[in-house]
Write a protein that binds this ligand. Sequence first.
Ligand SMILES: Nc1nc2c(ncn2[C@@H]2O[C@H](COP(=O)(O)OP(=O)(O)OP(=O)(O)O)[C@@H](O)[C@H]2O)c(=O)[nH]1
Ligand SMILES: [Mg+2]
Length: 291
Amino acid sequence: MKTTWGARSSPGGIILASWGQIERIVSRSDVVLFVLDARDPLNTFSPKLIKLVNRHGRRILLVLNKCDLIPRRIAEEWKSYFENKGYPTVYVAATRRMGTIKLRTAIKHVAPSLPAVASVVGYPKVGKSSIINALKGKHSASTSPYPGNPGYTKTFQFYRVDENLLMIDTPGILPAEGDPLEKVLRGYPPEKLDDPVNPAIMLIQRILKYNPRAFLDAYGIESKEPLRILEEVAIHRGWFYKKTKEPLIEEAARAIIRDYHDGKLTYYIKPSQVNFELGASNDKSKNSRVQ
Ligand SMILES: Nc1nc2c(ncn2[C@@H]2O[C@H](COP(=O)(O)OP(=O)(O)OP(=O)(O)O)[C@@H](O)[C@H]2O)c(=O)[nH]1
Ligand SMILES: [Mg+2]
């Protein structure tokens, strides 16, 4: 079963969810699956979303997705990290259908009663629709590598996963908060960035800091100098300004941002490398540990 409501487009034709829309969905959910990118969970975590869910007294389940891009040991470490803060957490690799049985069990465990409505929320491109696809076992929620492509989630869609579980897929939350790097990590559409070069340089520096081989492995580029990397990507792909014939680094910057979200270009961070305090969950007895 699939029903939709609340379709809305944001300026520029790229559709993201406003906080008001997310609040409406949260208020209609029994459980809120908050999807994080397992490679950089804290940069895709939103204290504002947690506050909103707590205000409505809804249960939260954190889902660390894209775990195929990090070692399992690190996924376990992040799970413990969040659970020590009171958030039940599961890790999955939705496109590989890894962890889906545990996820389904966890949703039902966290739900106050069954049947339950579970919404899937988070920043753009963290894999919300892919998670619903994995749970349903077939391609039913549309997915895309980056917002703006045909197939990215445009509406709030309901999917019946089984007789006890109705799920709501949502468009990504508009990542208005944060500096240019944080916005990019939170899936702000590269097409909408007036200046993609600056955030791409920051992203390149972050990737190199945690994975010095990333550009060599993804593109065969040995340079560790962000501007040079942008130029080489533009040159390799044949992107040049028509008049000056200089490498079109703006396009290369957008490509690098997309490749990060697609998992072609990657790094991961460990809990021991961060120094960030999360707000505790609203009720530790409700959000008990989930296996
Ligand atoms: N490597 C890897 N890539 C994934 C995984 N899950 C999703 N992706 C990729 O991430 C991109 C975004 O996936 P979607 O499921 O469309 O993400 P979304 O959160 O629904 O995106 P929006 O609806 O645009 O907010 C796609 O290129 C997916 O193939 C995963 O577990 N591993
Ligand atoms: Mg989607």
